[in-house]
Structure formats: C-alpha cells, structure tokens
Write a protein that binds this ligand. Sequence first.
Ligand code: AMP
Ligand code: MG
Length: 411
Amino acid sequence: MSAKLISIEEARSRVLNEALPLPPHTVPLIDALGAVLAEDIIAAHDVPPFDNSGMDGYAVRAVDIVEATPAAPARLLITETIAAGHVATAPLAPGQAARIMTGAPVLEGADTVVQSELTTEDDGYVNILEPVKPGKNIRRAGEDISAGERVLAAGTALGPAEIGILASLGHPQLSVHMRPRVAIISTGSELVEVDQPLGPGQIRNSNSYTLRSLCTQMGVEAHAFGIVPDDYEATREAIERGLQYDVLLTSGGVSVGKFDFVKDVQDELGVERKLWGVAMKPGKPLAFGVRGRTLVFGLPGNPVSAMVSFELFVKPALLKLMGHRATMRPVYQAVIEEDLANTDGRTYVVRVRAWLEDGVWHISTTGAQGSGILKSMVGANGLAFIPGGARGVKAGEVVDFLLLREDLIEP
Ligand code: AMP
Ligand code: MG
C-alpha cells in the first residue's frame, strides 16, 4: 500500500473534484444561518426607507438657530412630538421645532435635529443653546442600502449580519444551496452503544458521536445509523442504505484486516474509488469514492484518525456541497515548543494547543499522540503538520498548523 500513498493535498483535491454545490431550495430566513445564497439579492427599496432622526431631540430649520448661544438661545415653538413609527401631522414652519425621537421620520420643512442635551424647554418652547450644522443627526434614506443595489451576491455565506440585511429588505424566505444529508455508520463487532455495559473485548462506539458532532457544528444534519458488526452482509445492507444520502461516512473496517469489508462492499455496490491511502499519520487508511452524486468516505476506525480525516477531507467536501467558495480554513505558521521526530515518509498530523504570544503563534502537543488516543483531541485547538521524510522538527522551528477551534485559544 505504501507505494501508492498520496499526499494530503492531492487527496483533498481528488475529493473536492467530486464535490459539486447542491441545487438550491427555498428556506425561511430564520433557518438560513450558515447556508450559502443561491440568488443575487437586489434591494427593492432604500434602507433606511425615509430620512429619520439619529437622536432624541428637536427637528428644526438650521437657519433658525445660527445665532444661538447659551446667553441668547434660539427660542422655537414646539408644534408636536414625533415618536418612532409615527409621522408628523404638519410641515414645520419658520420659528418652529418638533420634538423627535430616534428613528422617527424627519418632517417636511426640518433639515436638522438638535440633540436634547443642547436645549432647555419651558412654556411650550424649546431654547436651543448653540447652532448645529444643517443636516446634523439626520440619517438619510438609502444611506445604508439604496434601492436597486446588489446587496448580496449568489455564493455569499450567510452570517448574522447578512441575515439582518435580508430581514431589513423584507425577505422572509430565500434561495440557498441545500445542505448535504449525511449518513454515519460505525463498523466493528467490538463496539457497543454508549448506554451499554462493556463485555469482554468490547469498547464503546465513539466515532458516531464525534462525526455527528462535527457535522452538527457546521450546520449539517447527520443521521447516525449506529453500529454494524464486521459481517459482509450486514455491512452491505448498511452501506446500501447510506448510499441514499449525499454523503456517506463509515468508520472502521477499511484496512487490510481479515474482517475489514468496507472496501469490498463499496466495490460490489458500484462505488467508484477515487483514492485509497493517504501519506499521513494518523489517517492512512482512507477510501474515498463516488456513486452517482453520493460521496462515499471510508474513514479509518481509530477515533483520532476518523476525526482528523473529517477535518482534512470531509469538512472541505461538505462546505463545497453547501456552496461555499472557501473550503479550507487558513493554515498558519507557528513556533513549535518541543522536538518531534518523524522519520517515515508520511506527514505527521499532531494535535496541538495553539496560543498567541506578541502576535506570534506557538504550539505544543496535547500529550500522547497515538491514533487511538482520543484524549489528544480534547483541548486541542489545532492540527500541526510535521513533514515526513527527513527527521521531524526541533523545538523553535516553524511549522504549518490549522486552527480548529477559536473558542479554545488561551493567552
Ligand atoms: P478498524 O479501522 O476497524 O481496524 O479500527 C481501528 C481501531 O479503531 C480499532 O481499535 C477499533 O476498535 C477502533 N474503532 C473502530 N470503530 C470505532 C468506533 N466507532 N468508536 C471507537 N473506536 C473504534
Ligand atoms: Mg474494525
């Protein structure tokens, strides 16, 4: 197998080649966070739709207050009070002012709003203590978005701000790329479910949970089918079911063991293999192929391998299916704090804790790095890449790493 191992980059590019954005469908705005727009959004009206006050204060004519001083205020008759959501009953005449609240429409005749702090009030009059520039404190119609503007282009990933813009433009629903439906199958006769006691030789199924959580975290719905024993028929039945989804993730059973049936079953069911074996550790045994439009990942069974393979290959594919243009997180450079030997040809993908010191990333490993040591992922906020071949790296050298979790960056 070693001779045919391909690089991480080559493997990812083969995977991404097969992943095409899913067709659009219409969703309610409230469900669109994290989705990718499949249509251009053209503003049907100005935002804000009308000139409105940016302050609580008084709408005036600027010419009426040019001479105002604290000793000799401009004294204007208050005609009415305009609350947000209401419109004035009459235009403003010379010598007059209207009380106006933030967000209320500026009335005809007024060209300036004086904030309350620069005024006093008595007997139905407002005393303006200093002049204010014409136009001050007025938010103009269309100053945020003007009618006819292309506000969001197809291909835009929808975050909270984009959702807000769509709400302000009156889009209760919109066209976005469908999100992939993912099936998860954990193979292994040694596996039992989380609520079961452990018998001799048994371990609990954790891959269903990590893989499903990784999907959920990116807004992708995944169905975990549960455990399938290392039995050819059972494996075939489960994989056949999984092929109805956009993406099928199996874990385990994909190596060269006597009871590893996943690749044979993929072959029998017409999955066209695009790669098998990546020059990395953990995660060497990865079998990826397609049947129809279904992407089929045979992930390794080791818990860390399955997670690392998800981060490096499955996640970019899911992002591309969702219509995202950016399918990879940025790779940063970091100073590694310890020596790490790596003499075989494969890239060593180590789980690290990354932190910033004076603007420079530093990383250290999260402890023992075996592919079965799930604890190495706990508290890890990055994956670092130690090139294979030569000797590894020495403390103080700079290596590439992928930041996985911003919520875990500590000073
Ligand atoms: P395999 O790839 O099937 O040879 O599995 C490699 C290792 O990962 C074995 O030690 C398995 O017991 C373990 N393993 C496989 N599947 C799971 C799973 N779903 N949860 C936890 N460990 C697993
Ligand atoms: Mg197995």
